[in-house]
Ligand binder design. Structure first.
Ligand code: RP5
Length: 160
């Protein structure tokens, strides 16, 4: 099935974090593609990918990067698809704030929906929530997921 979500990241070293987004999409049966695109090291590939994604049927792009994390913002500059940015605490991060602020502080007109540091799972869930606005099957799976979260907390209540 053609992918609905594009998961991209600046380096293979981001994979340990970014696989969390893929795990959530698998849970909601949403087809995705996952690849490496570096804003700095493969700028032409980044430009091509972001310009062609919508035409290939992609609905949301999840982009993760660390340090001087320009990938999500530069992808957002080249597409009208919603872009969810995942700041990664990577080998070239000072403390993670550099990744967060590089993705968060976008200029007016070019938004990136930024999740928490290493928050790839939430990026997957947010992408699913966007898909759920037009796909009833995904909406039903998300409702079940929220009920599961509630049940888990109620189990904690019983234990404490
Ligand atoms: C960023 O630089 C990547 O997204 C990664 O988080 C970081 C380090 O990349 P590597 O040097 O591990 O390839 O562009």
């Amino acid at each position: 099935m053609a992918p609905t979500i594009g998961i991209i990241m600046g380096s293979e070293s981001d994979m340990e974090v970014m696989k969390g987004a893929a795990e959530m999409l698998q849970q909601f049966d949403i087809p995705y593609e996952m690849t490496i695109i570096s804003a700095h090291r493969t700028p032409d590939r980044m430009s091509e990918y972001s310009k062609q994604a919508q035409g290939r049927g992609i609905k949301v792009i999840i982009a993760g990067a660390g340090g001087a994390a320009h990938l999500p913002g530069m992808v957002a500059a080249n597409t009208i698809l919603p872009v969810i940015g995942v700041p990664v605490k990577s080998s070239n991060s000072i403390d993670g704030w550099d990744s967060v602020l590089s993705i968060l502080q976008m200029p007016t007109g070019v938004p990136v929906a930024t999740v928490a540091l290493n928050g790839a799972k939430n990026a997957g869930i947010l992408a699913a929530q966007i898909v759920a606005t037009y796909d009833a099957n995904v909406a039903a799976k998300l409702s079940d997921y929220k009920k599961l979260l509630e049940a888990q907390v109620m189990e904690m209540v019983k234990r404490v």
